[in-house]
Design a protein around this ligand. Structure first.
Ligand code: FES
Length: 337
C-alpha cells in the first residue's frame, strides 16, 4: 500500500510505494533532501518523523541511529519506509550551496561516441555512494597532477545510478586525448562535486528559454529530464546551436522529448551547414535565432550554456531585448582540454 508523506515546513507532499525508501520516493518526485551513502551509514539524510511511523528493512533501525535520536523521532530517510501517512521535518535542498562538494572515486561504466568529437561517459560510483546534485550542476575530474577538468552532469538527479558526462575532443588536450585514445571501460577516475550555481529555479514561474552551444547542451539535458520527470508545466523552448548536422548528437532524444512533453519546444540551429546536410532548418548564430522568435525577453527566464564568447555576445544582445539580470542564468565554459 502506498503512503503520503508531507515535508515540513515546505508542505511539499509525495507518495511512497511499497518497499520504496522515503528518500527514493522524494527524489522520484523531484524533491531533493540531503543524502550521500543511501545505505544507512553516513546520517546525511537524517530528519524527524513528526507524525506517523516508519519501519526499516529487517525490522531494525540502522546502527548509526543511536537511542537518543530514535527517542526524539529521528529517522534515516534513505532506509526508512512509511508504516502510515507521515509528516516529516527535513531540510530540502533548494540552492547549490545546500550540497557541499565531495571527492569520490568512480569507474567508467560505459563509453559511447556521440559524434565525431564528443564522447559520452557514464560513471559508476561505488554501491554505497551517491552524488546529490541539482539539475545543471557540474563536477570536476581530478587529474593525477592535481589539475582538474570540469564537466556538466547530463543526467537528472532522480536518475543517478550512472553519472553522464559529454566530453568534447580537444586536440592535444590531456584529458580529452586520454578519453578518445586511451581510456577503456572500467577505468578508475577521481571526481569532486557537485559545483556551480547554474541550476533550474523551481520557484520561478516564468516561461523558460534555453540556449546551448555545442556540448553546452549537457546541463540543459539534465534540467529538461528533471522537468519532464516532475511534470513541470512551465513552457520551455530550447535552442541548440552547433556547426553542422553531424554535431546534433542528441537530436533524436530532444525530438522525442518534444513529442512526449507538451510544454517543450525544440529548435536546432546550424551555423555552417554542409551541402550533404540537406538542412532546411534554422541557419545562423543560435542567439540571433532565439531573438528572431522572442524579440521581447522581459517576461522570460533565460538559461544559457556555452563558450564564453558566445555568452558574452548573447548577454549584450539580450540586454537590449529586455532580459532581466536576475532571470538570466548562464554557464560559460571553456572546452575542457
Ligand atoms: Fe547516508 Fe542516509 S545514511 S544517505
Amino acid at each position: 500500500m502506498s503512503y503520503t508523506v508531507t515535508i515540513e515546513p515546505t508542505g511539499h507532499t509525495f507518495t511512497v510505494e511499497p518497499e520504496q525508501s522515503i528518500l527514493d520516493a522524494a527524489l522520484r518526485h523531484g524533491l531533493v533532501i540531503p543524502y550521500s551513502c543511501r545505505s544507512g551509514t553516513c546520517c546525511t539524510c537524517m530528519g524527524k518523523v513528526v507524525e506517523g511511523a516508519v519501519t526499516y528493512p529487517g525490522g531494525q533501525p540502522p546502527e548509526s541511529l543511536d537511542d537518543k535520536e530514535l527517542a526524539v523521532g529521528q529517522a534515516l530517510f534513505c532506509m526508512a519506509r512509511p508504516a502510515s501517512d507521515l509528516a516529516i521535518e527535513v531540510r530540502e535542498v533548494r540552492e547549490a550551496a545546500d550540497i557541499p562538494p565531495r571527492k569520490m572515486r568512480c569507474r567508467v561504466a560505459h563509453m559511447e561516441r556521440l559524434s565525431r568529437d564528443v564522447m559520452g561517459l557514464q560513471l559508476k560510483l561505488p554501491d554505497s555512494e551517491r552524488l546529490a546534485f541539482l539539475p545543471g550542476q557540474y563536477l570536476d575530474i581530478l587529474l593525477r597532477d592535481g589539475r582538474r577538468r570540469s564537466y556538466s552532469l547530463a543526467n537528472a538527479p532522480h536518475d543517478d545510478d550512472l553519472l553522464a558526462l559529454q566530453v568534447r575532443h580537444i586536440e592535444g588536450g590531456e584529458f580529452s586525448e586520454q578519453v578518445f585514445h586511451a581510456m577503456q571501460e572500467k577505468a578508475l577516475l577521481r571526481i569532486e562535486g557537485p559545483y556551480g550555481t547554474f541550476h533550474i529555479r523551481e520557484e520561478d514561474d516564468r516561461p523558460i528559454l534555453m540556449i546551448a552551444g555545442s556540448t553546452g547542451i549537457a546541463p540543459l539535458l539534465s534540467m529538461l529530464a528533471h522537468m519532464i520527470h516532475t511534470g513541470d508545466q512551465r513552457p520551455v523552448h530550447l535552442f541548440w546551436g552547433v556547426r553542422s548536422r553531424q554535431d546534433l548528437y542528441m537530436d533524436d532524444t530532444l525530438q522525442a522529448w518534444e513529442r512526449a512533453h507538451g510544454p517543450l519546444q525544440y529548435t536546432p540551429c546550424l551555423s555552417e551547414p554542409q551541402p550533404e546536410d540537406a538542412w532546411d532548418g534554422r541557419i545562423g548564430l543560435v542567439h540571433n535565432m532565439l531573438l528572431q522568435d522572442y524579440p521581447d525577453l522581459s517576461r522570460h527566464a533565460v538559461y544559457m550554456s556555452g563558450p564564453p564568447a558566445m555568452i558574452a555576445a548573447a548577454q549584450r544582445d539580450f540586454a537590449r531585448h529586455g532580459v532581466e539580470e536576475q532571470h538570466f542564468f548562464r554557464d560559460a565554459f571553456e572546452f575542457a582540454a
